[in-house]
Design a protein around this ligand. Structure first.
Ligand code: ATP
Length: 254
């Protein structure tokens, strides 16, 4: 459903994504876990078609994202890290305008907007302007918009960063519910617990490179073993007699 091969993205001298390959099958929740600046946003923006890769191939639902961008965009939805909302419009208008962007008939847009507002629990805010919404509500409206054209694959860039625990839980429940309905989901996160809660496959990225990939349990295990491995050699260095600090030669006095 989602295939990335040897993806590279450079910004001048900076290699933000360095030869990244992975794939996610239909119905999977794939989590890309890494610290700030690891290359998560650049990766998700390249595979969702928001950025052009420097090299490598990306395909979503069988469509090459670079060569067949229009078809790929119809099969995917994106919730970017920064909100995608028009702050001049109401909640409902944001949904309608976004639906029209995908050429949905007006009546169908209204039907789906009603359904989605209910799904993200924003029906009561339908006529509200976007500006006074809380961060969690804005994130959920972004999620609703990304779903208006019923994509097969959903991309979520750090969906809960900056949210309070209740809003985080609401987003988690919505992600789980979409996945239960069969949607393939690719999300980036800085939180191990989020990857553990939501994803059934995880890749760890740092300095633009994939460091480990597997089930959440396997990747945690790999990180623990890497730590134990290095700790063993550091310990060996300190306890080996040759490593002990040699006494300084006595000062030569005249
Ligand atoms: P965060 O969690 O902070 O969003 P991230 O893992 O998403 O971090 P990226 O935003 O993909 O990381 O950035 C990866 C690297 O690419 C960083 O070194 C960043 O400074 C650099 N970078 C990102 N965007 C640009 C840009 N437009 N121009 C130059 N360098 C960039």
């Amino acid at each position: 459903m989602l295939v990335t091969e040897n993806l590279v993205k450079q910004y001048g001298d900076i290699t933000a994504v360095d030869d990244v390959s992975f794939s996610a099958s239909a119905g999977q929740v794939f989590g890309l876990l890494g610290p700030n600046g690891a290359g998560k946003s650049t990766t998700i923006n390249c595979i969702s078609g928001l950025l052009s890769p420097t090299s490598g191939q990306v395909a979503v639902a069988g469509h090459d994202v670079v060569r067949d961008g229009k078809a790929a965009r119809k099969s995917l939805g994106v919730v970017p890290q920064e909100d995608n909302l028009d702050h001049e419009l109401s909640v409902y208008e944001n949904l309608l305008i976004y639906g029209r962007y995908f050429d949905l008939p007006y009546a169908e847009c209204r039907r789906r907007a009603d359904e989605l507002l209910e799904f993200v629990q924003l029906t009561e805010k339908s006529d509200s302007q976007v500006e006074p919404l809380s961060g969690g509500m804005k994130r959920r409206l972004d999620l609703a918009m990304s779903l208006i054209h019923r994509p097969q694959v959903l991309f979520l860039d750090e969906p809960t960063t900056g949210l309070d625990p209740m809003s985080r839980l609401a987003v988690w429940n919505e992600v789980r519910s979409l996945n239960r309905q069969g949607m393939t989901i690719f999300l980036t996160t800085q939180y191990l617990e989020e990857a553990d809660e939501l994803a059934n496959r995880v890749a760890i990225i740092d300095h633009g490179r994939i460091m480990a990939e597997g089930t959440p349990a396997q990747t945690v295990e790999m990180r623990v073993w890497t730590f134990v491995y290095f700790a063993f050699f550091i310990l060996l260095y300190f306890i080996s007699p040759g490593a002990k600090t040699k006494p300084l030669p006595e000062r030569v006095t005249h």
